[in-house]
Design a protein around this ligand. Sequence first.
Ligand code: SF4
Ligand code: SF4
Length: 598
Amino acid sequence: MPIFSYGCAVFLQSDIVNFQRQGWRPDEILAGLAAVLPKNVFLYVAGVSNVARLGRSFLLQGGTQRNLAVVKAEVDFLRSHFFAEGDPEVRVHPNCGEAGAIGAALQAIQQYEPSRPTAFIGLDRLDDIRYTITRNESTRCTFCTNRCSRTFIDVEASTSASDGAGAHQQRIIVASCERGQAMDAAAAREVNASLATIRNATPCVPSLAGREIWAVSQQPSAFASIRRMPWIRRDPSSRNGALRIGIPKVLNIYSYAPLFTAYLTSLGIPADHITFSDTTTLAQFRDAIGFAAVDPCFPSKVCIAHVLNLLNKSRTKHALDYVFFPMIDSVPSSLHGCAGCNACPAGAATPEAVKAAFSTSRDWFAQARVRYLNPVLDLSNRSLFALQMFECWHDILGMNWKENAFAVDAAFHAQQKFEDRMRRASRELLDDLERKNRVGLVLLGRPYHHDPGLNQGILDAFQDLGYPVLSQSYLPLDSELLERLFGDEVAQGITESPLDISDVWKNSTSANTNQKIWAAKFAARHPNLIPVELSNFKCGHDAFVSGVIEQIVESSGKPYFCFRDLDENKPLASMRIRIETMHHFLAQYTSRLSLGST
Ligand code: SF4
Ligand code: SF4
């Protein structure tokens, strides 16, 4: 049989086409599919690489188990993980096709309260229900520019004598979002208003940071504060006032925009002459698809779309003189004792790949009269950073070394101010959760997961369900709070400080990964917080740490929630099911929290 690589079903589909071309027979291809299924279930979906860790007894459920080729493949797969200890016990549920429904019924019994009213019409009247399903252009949603397809299910059921015998009609709308389920524009406006109320009462720090980090404030001028060298005759600040610079809203710039904008404005670039690309959208990504030569993770390949967006802005609005897209090699870290604080190499090299995409067959920058600047920058080493920025900008902005040093100070000051503000917002939110005994979530994700186009709206969906969200990037660092969470471990010598991750992670060279692990520890120790991990398809860094994070979270007795393999595809239906399932577990955790049993 052909050997399939496990992973997303979309790739299995293209493997099938390839195997057909190679001459494999249908039964051979089906055998290959059966063989890969357990790998997809355990390794890809459940993310459990050490299956033996789950125990020795396995119950296979779901309609797929009616296919005995699949059952055989699963038994073989499970046995292969218990080589030394003898075979595990594997059973197939006698009603495997209905086992999920039986589980749902058992949950309903557990949650049923006798006094609770029910809308269930009773088993005997279910047979009388009639329905029609419509999904065509007439049902398409027009409440926003996405114009999603919707399904209308028109249900008719007879009502009981006690409700006045007759027919009851109801339309159920299956749509991509809550607004799309509204019957008409007025109802959609009501949904909008109620969501706005919920969002105001349920802060989401990643969204706040993702919006506010792009606000550029005019800094004090380096040229005014430093006495000019006698040989510089012209006034660079007035010349720089005419320059326009574009910066893509991508990768680590999602964390360090204040640093770059403060540097530039203090050297005379007016705040409104700094243009950012637009927030990621699928349409923007599709516009740039022809430029991509390689296929890395989505956060990296979307950068081409952002630079194209800047070039388009330059053509249609104010012409840009420069596009600044630095290769960020290292970033500052507040953690202690880590082996390094490097940025992801795939992300760091992306500006060079983008340059190649726009200049290999034709020079798009020259055509747009834009110069592309992609210096290597080490933000973790301030003196080196000052030198790198000086080399990049001194010919363009005409500043001397002292003015550069002033701008670097202004840059780090602005960056600190922004981070302090976000940490204060996070602390207020955390205090509020503690006061009200509520549960909040912590995003374990990279800085660009603050971009709604990259986080696929997952954080908004949790916010709409009433869960405030914190970000791993801006967790509060107040000493009294850290003492409360980590003090015992430091006292016992397990870690050297509250900001040490050496007890769980030794290969601590990647700054964002280190931060993710520390944030998982933080959330695992705080009773009011539950972490949610976001990770992208083809992310080499996350492939290493997801297991560690899962262990950190589960060892604290909390559920581990993750959305892996995010990319440009947005599987709305499956995502909603997962969010609703997580909501169910979060509700259970919340009730345990209010009973004081966490
Ligand atoms: S279903 Fe939601 S996202 Fe889709 S068009 Fe309607 S309002 Fe927009
Ligand atoms: S950390 Fe992962 S998702 Fe981010 S740029 Fe690197 S490989 Fe891509």
